[in-house]
Design a binder for this molecule. Structure first.
Ligand code: ATP
Length: 317
């Protein structure tokens, strides 16, 4: 059982520790099918991992605990996805023991950037290293899929096409290094609520026009040209996210007026991702957007970034 949060006793070092870094994702493209009888939607998505990342430290402890810094909006105890992942790995591999997990959070919570999934992926990688398990990344991906649809991609990283619930991945080759500005909102959006809003808009008959076929995005990524990639950005959830959080329209407009090539709501939002021509342009767009009053904070990020991985020199703590 995971303990509720985190007294110093629970997190006192009891041996070596492992540090792991796990990336946030942006959906460059997200097509959402109609709701299925089981309540899920079929997705076709193109993910990109970016160098905005959470860092986890995993160490053996007398009892399991998870502590997140800053703690806002993230569950403590049994519901934290990092703890869920550690327990599931221990069950599946019949190994391990109680662990204390410290999460240094950079990925916005409930921001459409799959921060919880990143933490789950990091916990899988961290525990596998701590327990010296002989598991292939593919096995971790299979376990990750049971935790959440975005966990496999947080393990894989890079740029990938996702189908099914977004969890069936194939890598996408691209020469492009993409420079993003992320506009982070002062509130979160619940992923199920955004899907429900899309279903509602579609049922009314006034749903948004669906995104174009994914081939346009894949061809743009092959070309490696940021302007072509910007023109191919698309997200079926964007209209639903804007319907629930109308201020996002202003954020998108402000980013494009500041000089971004294009932008979109990332996943279920409310983070807005703005694609820029190069690093210099991203810096300028970020500075202007920060002064626009249309979001809480602004971050620059580049992709693709690798999936969850152990950091060097993390072997002792
Ligand atoms: P999704 O992956 O569904 O797009 P998201 O990126 O919008 O989600 P997350 O930050 O992953 O949002 O959080 C979604 C919910 O998951 C949060 O509201 C929180 O209650 C729960 N959660 C559980 N564990 C974590 C964690 N380690 N970090 C963040 N959220 C977590």
């Amino acid at each position: 059982m995971m303990a509720s949060n985190s007294g110093p006793t629970a997190l006192a070092p009891a041996g070596p520790s492992v540090r792991v870094r796990a990336p946030a994702k942006i959906n460059l493209y997200l097509a959402v099918g109609d709701v299925r009888e089981d309540g899920y939607h079929d997705l076709v998505t193109v993910f990109q991992a970016v160098d905005l990342a959470d860092e986890l430290t995993v160490r053996p402890a007398r009892r399991s605990a998870v502590r997140t810094t800053p703690p806002d909006g993230v569950p403590v105890g049994a519901k934290n996805l990092a703890g869920v992942a550690a327990r599931l790995l221990a069950t599946r591999t019949k190994s391990g023991g109680p662990v204390a997990i410290d999460i240094a959070k950079q990925i916005p919570v409930a921001g459409g950037m799959a921060g919880g999934s990143a933490d789950a992926a990091a916990a899988l990688v961290g525990c596998a290293a701590l327990w010296e398990l002989r598991v292939q990344r593919q096995e971790l991906i299979e376990i990750g899929r049971e935790i959440g649809a975005d966990v496999p991609f947080a393990l894989a990283g890079g740029t990938a096409l996702g189908t099914g619930r977004g969890d069936l991945l194939s890598p996408v080759m691209t020469r492009a290094r993409l420079h993003w500005v992320l506009a982070i909102a002062d509130h979160g959006l619940s992923t199920p609520a955004v899907f429900a809003e899309l279903d509602r808009l579609r049922a009314q008959g006034g749903g948004p026009p669906p995104v174009r076929p994914v081939d346009t995005m894949l061809a743009a990524l092959t070309s490696g040209e940021p302007a072509k990639i910007a023109a191919a950005l698309g997200n079926d959830l964007q209209a639903a996210a804007i319907s629930l959080a109308p201020g996002l329209r202003r954020t998108l407009r402000a980013g494009e007026q500041a000089g971004a090539l294009g932008g979109l709501v990332s996943g279920s939002g409310p983070t807005v991702a703005l694609l820029c021509a190069d690093a210099e342009s991203a810096g300028a767009v970020a500075a202007e957007l920060a002064g626009s009053g249309t979001c809480r904070s602004v971050r620059v990020a580049a992709g693709p970034a690798p999936g969850a991985r152990v950091l060097p020199n993390g072997g002792t703590g």
